[in-house]
Write a protein that binds this ligand. Structure first.
Ligand SMILES: Nc1ncnc2c1ncn2[C@@H]1O[C@H](COP(=O)(O)OP(=O)(O)OP(=O)(O)O)[C@@H](O)[C@H]1O
Length: 284
């Protein structure tokens, strides 16, 4: 549970229909047997917070973004406004004006997830009848204040990438062809970023797509990142599967530097200062 006090990202990568959404969200989010990672982690967070023996003040907020054909959509807002990515010197790239909803219990969070699931842009292709044609970023942020005034913050990103099928294989036309091209484009930008990071290149092309800009911290920064690779066992997909595994191998070479997001209480800082003063005195 790194995200109690640090940042983490879990993302699923693989071809269409290989089970990325199944892994992330599951079959039914309310079913203990078939629910995916997001409902399980949500349950774990609230269970742990309730189990805690000391008085912890906490808040939990979530936001959900969809990247569809290189434009960002806030899935928690009905405004339909096109969101923009901005840079902040401290927190890096962020989505301006994104709705963040505070939730107080697991049930509330599950209801939000259920609502959003029904809103997702879904279209059918020859490869997967109910195929999600967009990337989805689900962000949970937990802030805690302990009885001794220590503050901890953890952010966890769940990223369900769209399928990476080749345009000619999916047999799509018109708007769906446009979708497939955009998905291929952002995934190839992701691949370029991974290549640059794993070969320790001087320049990392994060700014080439919305997806890589938003993943910048998760890929090369202060996040503990886990990639889940989904493969289709059908022998006809062997070439795509090999490419997917090669991608995963390159991702493994990337080393991130994760720092704990802990702000000690003023009393704890005074104690550290006193100890250091004593040390200086004894050295003198
Ligand atoms: N382990 C599994 N057990 C049972 N059913 C599964 C499993 N994995 C995937 N499925 C089923 O296979 C189908 C395709 O899975 P899913 O939609 O998760 O693929 P995907 O990789 O997310 O596709 P896309 O790229 O289009 O989003 C779904 O009907 C899903 O319920």
């Amino acid at each position: 549970m790194i995200f109690w006090q640090a940042n983490g990202t879990i993302f699923t990568y693989g071809q269409t229909g290989s089970g990325k959404s199944y892994t992330m969200m599951g079959l039914y989010i309310y079913d203990p047997e078939t629910k995916g990672i997001i409902p399980r982690v949500s349950n774990l967070i609230f269970t742990k917070l309730q189990e805690s023996t000391c008085e912890i003040e906490y808040s939990l907020k979530c936001s959900i973004i969809e990247i569809y054909k290189e434009s960002l959509r806030d899935l928690l807002s009905d405004s339909g406004v096109r969101l923009k990515i901005k840079e902040d010197p401290k927190k890096g790239a962020f989505v301006q004006g994104l709705e963040e909803v505070y939730v107080v219990c697991e049930e509330e969070l599950m209801n939000i997830i259920a609502l959003v699931e029904s809103k997702r842009t879904v279209a059918s292709t020859k490869l997967n009848e109910v195929s999600s044609r967009s990337h989805q970023l689900f962000v949970l942020e937990v802030n805690q204040k302990l009885p001794d005034d220590t503050e901890k913050r953890g952010i966890v990103n769940f990223i369900d990438l769209a399928g990476s099928e080749k345009v000619k294989e999916s047999g799509v036309t018109g708007n769906k062809l446009e979708e497939a091209k955009n998905i291929n484009l952002s995934l190839s930008c992701l691949s370029n970023v991974i290549n640059a990071l794993s070969s320790k290149a001087d320049f990392i092309p994060y700014r080439d797509s919305k997806l890589t800009r938003l993943l910048q911290e998760s890929l090369g920064g202060n996040y503990k990142t886990t990639l889940i690779v989904n493969c289709n066992p059908d022998p006809r997909n062997v070439e795509v599967t090999i490419n997917t595994l090669k991608f995963a191998q390159r991702v493994k070479n990337i080393k991130n530097n994760v720092k704990l997001n802990i702000k000690k209480s003023p009393a704890a800082y005074s104690q550290i200062i006193n100890e250091l003063r004593h040390k200086i005195q004894s050295l003198k």
